[in-house]
Design a protein around this ligand. Structure first.
Ligand SMILES: [Fe+2]
Length: 301
């Protein structure tokens, strides 16, 4: 069996507004559109994914929060309705997804070996979080690949952003070992926004784009700084400033997803592909990917 590998790493924000704006048949709510910069960026990245040979999507989500250890989805199928607790008016999505249990178990095993508390989720009634569903739907609307979801252990709440980073690095390295041993080709997804201060009231029509803008200028400047570093392949520096960035912008990076993905990918020093940046209820959202293949890596935006 040849060595497994990570064929792409995607930063994939998950505001439920983006699924709402797409009006897929799985979602009950109806919209008149909105947030096209992000949706068109996602569509372009989804087209790239269709050209890549891979076996599974492994996604790290901030909205499956676990307070004792890191958990992995551990049954072959999960089917239910996912309702966003904050935006039930926008997101009531009927999902039916397949899990690569073999890969999840392999990552669970390597994670335990690295000394991290970890558990498989075997409850058939477990409701999959909207972060997983939104990012996976937008990256692969046909849902024709199995997924593995990894929970976010809230070390930043118990300890600090620094401890979260150390744990997320160890988790990423463990997942990489499991992927290599599996012989599979895997797409990693880090599901989150960048800056995350947001408005606390909603426009009467949520997709009214005349009401959408970044929450404040400082957030915008920080996001542009980080995206510039993505473009320049400065991921080591991004990891170094992550505690400060997360604190200053209340960024959703606090869940550990980006660090997990960068550690698994050996902290890339090549440029990221940028697919778009736009605000959703004032938060900063960037779609980006890290393509380890020199031949297919492009300058997108
Ligand atoms: Fe979120």
């Amino acid at each position: 069996m040849s060595k497994g590998e990570i064929v792409l790493g995607c930063l994939a924000p998950h505001p439920p507004h983006l699924v709402y704006a797409e009006n897929p048949p799985q979602n009950e709510a109806f919209s008149e559109g909105g947030w096209e910069t992000l949706r068109w960026g996602y569509a372009k990245l989804a087209r790239k994914l269709k050209t890549i040979d891979y076996d599974a999507i492994v996604i790290f989500t901030p909205h499956w929060q676990t307070y004792i250890g890191t958990h992995f989805l551990g049954l072959p199928e999960f089917k239910s309705k996912s309702v966003d607790p904050v935006f039930p008016n926008l997101f009531r999505y009927n999902y039916d997804l397949k899990v690569d249990v073999e890969l999840a178990e392999a990552m669970h095993e390597e994670t335990a070996k690295a000394g991290i508390i970890t558990k498989m989720m075997r409850n058939p009634d477990f409701r999959v979080d909207y972060g997983t569903i939104t990012s996976c739907h937008l990256l692969n609307p046909s849902w024709d690949k199995p997924i593995v979801t990894i929970s976010s252990n809230r070390n930043s709440h118990y300890y600090s952003n620094e401890v979260m980073i150390e744990q997320a690095k160890a988790l990423g390295e463990a997942c990489m070992k499991a992927i290599e041993k599996s012989g599979k080709k895997v797409v990693l997804v880090s599901s989150h926004s960048l800056s995350h201060r947001h408005f606390v009231t909603e426009a009467p029509l949520p997709e009214d784009m005349s009401r959408e803008h970044i929450y404040n200028h400082s957030q915008y400047v920080w996001d542009m700084k980080i995206i510039d570093m993505f473009r320049n392949g400065q991921m080591k520096e991004v990891v170094d400033i992550m505690p400060e960035y997360t604190e200053q912008t209340i960024a959703e990076t606090e869940a550990g997803g980006l660090i997990w993905m960068m550690a698994a990918m050996g902290v890339p020093s090549y440029p990221a592909e940028i697919y778009g940046y736009q605000s959703v209820i004032g938060t900063g959202n960037c779609i980006a990917c890290w393509d380890p293949n020199n031949e297919t890596r492009e300058l997108v935006l």
